[in-house]
Ligand binder design. Structure first.
Ligand code: BYC
Length: 472
């Protein structure tokens, strides 16, 4: 069970007074950050119906209550240990997992944990104005549930930094609150986490595609030889699943409404005059957030990734499903740009580990897009949404600096500049989205015109339940 101390935890924090004191010192800084950079305008007078972990087993998520956001019980929860767990891949395959950080891997592990940790507060910052444009209080609650859990994911990484990295770890924990999404002088580490999320379409696409990168990265970190990292990320994955649910069903509900409006408009695609989000706009946002999230997997050819794998720090998603866990002989056939052309290159598999994870990620995204297309099919529409080619709009890796269209055809700089507005959102698209999201909807059971209601409410509550209530 999770303790009811000042910092809820299932790691016997009270037994380690030094660590407890260090985290209790960080806690007020975190709360201050939350108030300054978290959901704006919803800190004092709103109570939100959220779930809070009360234990780390499946039933632990059954606890829902009204909470004022700054009073959410952020804490430290690790999945139960696996008895006699051994290292599952790389050069130390079969040896017992580590309970402490080996000196020689300290820097690499710190870097991984800091990079993971940095994304969590970044996403809260990116989303902090969305409450003022919410399509319903059901969606408002979901936004805040995602936000508080991203805050908790920051706690998860800060616990590791404080526990295993001494003074450096404490400094890094402070830096995690000092960097800011989109700040020119102190930006967040990874690019997608500096992009603004101004509209609910961006929010749903972000939770669909970027949180799914969270899933693939957390799956690969949950294989880590550093057992506390593995246990922490295993529990985080249970929270991540809900975030992707919010994204996938959010877009699905928009598609549902779009299809209804298209039929009302006599099967016309032009539903903006009816206040709906047209399919080309949806497709542009898929193109944007999918390509940004592909970048988050790092370079296709990476000595960092090879070292992480060799040292057992970061594995593949679902490592147990692979046959060869040493991966010292095999190669990966990779598309690269050489001399202005796309060529295929065989590289050592360990150096391609970022691409191997990206393969898993693309498959998981495709399954989600297939589910979206079923909605269009059910409405008798022939249009289909799709993922762009993975070379499209890339800023990191082998395809950065060369332009491709969504089908993967190489383009000249001039052609890209001329046509990119066909594939990516432009200011006029954002202006349109902002115009239909201008008025927040705070009335219970009401939904904005561009999105269908959900099939069911949260945790058995009706759709018109008061998920966020105000008190004076
Ligand atoms: N933007 O060999 P390379 C989540 C840097 S999302 C900017 O390509 P590596 C969440 C890289 O740092 C999951 N810089 O990359 C979702 C390196 O820099 P230095 C987050 C980038 O290291 C939604 C250089 O390029 N978790 O949880 O193999 C809401 C060359 O490195 C980018 C993780 O990322 C980029 N996109 O792989 C909330 C897991 N990509 O050292 C949360 C931990 C690369 O040369 N991170 N660079 O200065 C990692 O495993 C790796 O750092 C990466 C990069 C996969 C990100």
């Amino acid at each position: 069970m999770i303790s009811a101390e000042r910092i809820p935890n299932n790691v016997d924090l009270h037994m380690n007074k030094r660590l407890q004191r260090a985290l209790e010192h960080w806690q007020p800084q975190y709360i201050q950050w939350w108030k300054d950079m978290g959901p704006q305008g919803f800190q004092h007078y709103h109570q939100v119906y959220v779930r809070t972990a009360v234990s780390v087993d499946a039933s632990g998520w059954a606890h829902f209550e009204y909470v004022r956001l700054p009073e959410y019980r952020w804490g430290i929860f690790l999945a139960d240990p696996v008895v006699n767990r051994t290292i599952g891949f790389g050069d130390f395959l079969g040896q017992p997992v580590w309970q402490e950080v080996p000196g020689e891997f300290r820097n690499q592990l710190r870097r991984l944990i800091v990079t993971q940790g940095d994304t969590e507060p970044a996403s809260v910052e990116q989303q902090r104005w969305l409450g003022h444009r919410c399509p319903s209080i059901y969606d408002l609650r979901n936004l805040f549930q995602v936000n508080v859990e991203e805050g908790r994911h920051l706690w998860a990484m800060v616990y590791l930094l404080h526990s295993y990295f001494g003074r450096d770890g404490r400094d890094e924990a402070e830096e995690l609150l000092a960097r800011q999404s989109g700040n020119r002088d102190k930006p967040r580490i990874l690019e997608a986490f500096n992009e603004p999320i101004d509209t609910w379409l961006d929010f749903f696409m972000f939770t669909m595609f970027t949180d799914r990168d969270g899933k693939s990265q957390l799956l690969s970190l949950s294989e880590s030889s550093l057992d506390p990292l593995s246990r922490t990320t295993r529990f985080m994955l249970t929270e991540e699943a809900h975030h992707m649910f919010v994204g996938e069903t959010g877009v699905a509900r928009i598609i549902e409404r779009t299809a209804q409006l298209m039929k009302e408009a006599g099967f016309s695609e032009d539903i903006r005059p009816l206040g709906g989000i047209d399919l080309p706009t949806l497709q542009k946002h898929i193109n944007l957030w999918f390509s940004l999230s592909l970048d988050l997997h790092g370079n296709e050819i990476s000595t960092n990734a090879a070292a992480y794998f060799a040292n057992g720090l970061k594995g593949r998603a679902e490592e147990a499903k692979w046959e060869d866990h040493a991966v010292s002989e095999t190669t990966y056939s990779l598309e690269v740009v050489r001399d202005g052309e796309v060529k295929t290159l065989d590289i050592p598999m360990r150096n391609a580990m970022n691409e191997v994870l990206r393969d898993w990620y693309v498959g998981d995204c495709q399954a989600g897009v297939d589910r979206w297309n079923k909605i269009l099919e059910r409405h008798g529409l022939s249009d289909r949404l799709r993922l762009p080619d993975r070379k499209f709009n890339r800023g990191i890796g082998q395809f950065a600096g060369t332009h491709f269209d969504p089908e993967g055809r190489m383009l000249s700089d001039e052609e890209w500049t001329r046509r990119r507005h066909e594939w990516l959102p432009v200011p006029a698209d954002k202006a349109f989205l902002m115009s239909i999201m201008n008025e927040p909807i705070y009335e219970t059971g009401k939904f904005a015109n561009y999105i269908a209601p959900p099939v069911r409410g949260v945790k058995g509550k009706p759709v018109n339940f008061e998920y966020v209530r105000t008190e004076v």
